[in-house]
Design a protein around this ligand. Structure first.
Ligand SMILES: [Zn+2]
Length: 364
């Protein structure tokens, strides 16, 4: 994919370099940097990822829908870029010489290289354009100026084991406490712009079972060790939020809930926090860019809306927490079935997005 893109971008006059980036598992993956000129700072940075979630299948076309692995997320965005640059040339316009495209190999897996390269290159950018897909919305489609951040959490509960027949009332069920906590935590989620809590995993049972799941999973579906009040539970999940204030408040509530559940159930509860990716707050400069983009769409006879609370994590979340660089996200075409075998791209949207990017790029 890196080489295929490099061929296309070199034919448009961009200088391409394939980087071999450490991927955290002892080997490296290729990333692509394509530059239109020699600009050192104040770049127009376009970012996209070259990988897909599922391994590739054959593509097929059904009318205006193109089915393929990653057709929507996000080969559509990459094609939009190449076609928009081609269109600029056809219009006799030059490609802005401070334009740089960075294509990363791991957005859909660890994201470590995407994060590193985005931070590194964004430090030299005056505007960042993310070629991730937009969404269909009402009578039109969307672009994105704000994204939710996330914080991972983990709940570890220790109760007291007991024979469920002989000594039931002296047991303290870690499972019951964890289920109680998880149900209440999930219910804290607020629709709309509020923070959400997702309990992603819950494992509970006797301590051996929880600690060594790989050895003891055979217990599931059998009668063995059902006669033990479970003394260990582990839950893992994340919260998503639009502001750091929402993050703090939600974490405070989850901690408070942990204390209450410990008291009610007579168990020990440890609530810990893992990795955080900051939210992307819509900057005024990004809103101005978005307004300009909406106007270009309107001139071409279609409607764009602005998303300020996109839930998925993407490149813009990798910028520094207090970044002041405007980010225009979701510039890629829309479709449906992302990350499934039914993933497809709307080819009419692709045509609209190509024109949109070609109209926008010379004004950035
Ligand atoms: Zn993507």
């Amino acid at each position: 994919m890196t080489q295929r893109l490099a061929v296309e971008l070199e034919s448009l006059g961009l200088a391409c370099e394939v980087l071999h980036e450490r991927n955290g598992t002892g080997s490296s993956d290729p990333a692509l940097v394509a530059s239109a000129g020699r600009a050192e700072n104040g770049l127009i940075l376009l970012v996209g990822h070259l990988d897909t979630v599922l391994p590739a299948n054959a593509t097929r076309r059904d009318g205006d829908r193109l089915f393929g692995t990653g057709a929507l997320d996000m080969k559509g965005g990459l094609v939009t870029l190449i076609a928009a640059l081609t269109l600029l040339r056809e219009r006799g316009l030059s490609i802005p010489n401070d334009l740089v495209f960075v294509g990363t190999p791991d957005e859909e897996s660890s994201g470590a290289i995407s994060e590193r390269l985005t931070r590194q290159w964004a430090a030299r950018a005056r505007v960042v354009v993310v070629l991730e897909p937009g969404l269909p919305h009402g009578d039109g489609e969307t672009i994105v100026v704000g994204r939710r951040g996330l914080t991972e959490w983990r709940l570890d509960i220790r109760g007291t084991p007991a024979h469920s027949g002989l000594a039931y009332w002296s047991g303290r069920s870690a499972l019951a406490a964890a289920a109680d906590w998880c149900g209440r935590a999930q219910n804290m989620s607020q629709p709309g712009i509020g923070a959400t809590v997702n309990v992603a995993r819950l494992v509970a049972g006797d301590s051996d079972f929880v600690r060594q799941l790989e050895r003891h999973h055979g217990l599931l579906g059998t009668s063995r060790r059902r006669n033990v009040v479970p003394d260990h539970a582990l839950a893992e999940g994340e919260i998503r939020f639009l502001s750091n204030r929402d993050r703090e408040r939600t974490l405070r509530q989850l901690r408070g809930l942990a204390d209450r559940v410990a008291e009610i159930h007579g168990v020990e509860v440890a609530f810990t926090i893992g990795d955080t990716l900051p939210p992307v707050a819509p900057l005024r400069s990004a809103e101005e860019l978005a307004a300009r983009t909406l106007a270009f769409a309107e001139q071409r006879g279609w409607t764009l809306h602005v998303e300020r609370d996109r839930g998925g994590i993407s490149f813009s979340n990798y910028l520094e927490d207090n970044s002041i660089i405007p980010v225009l996200d979701g510039l890629g075409p829309v479709g449906a079935g992302m990350h499934t075998r039914e993933e497809h791209l709307d080819l009419r949207s692709l045509r609209r997005r190509i024109l949109l990017l070609a109209d926008l790029l010379p004004t950035l």
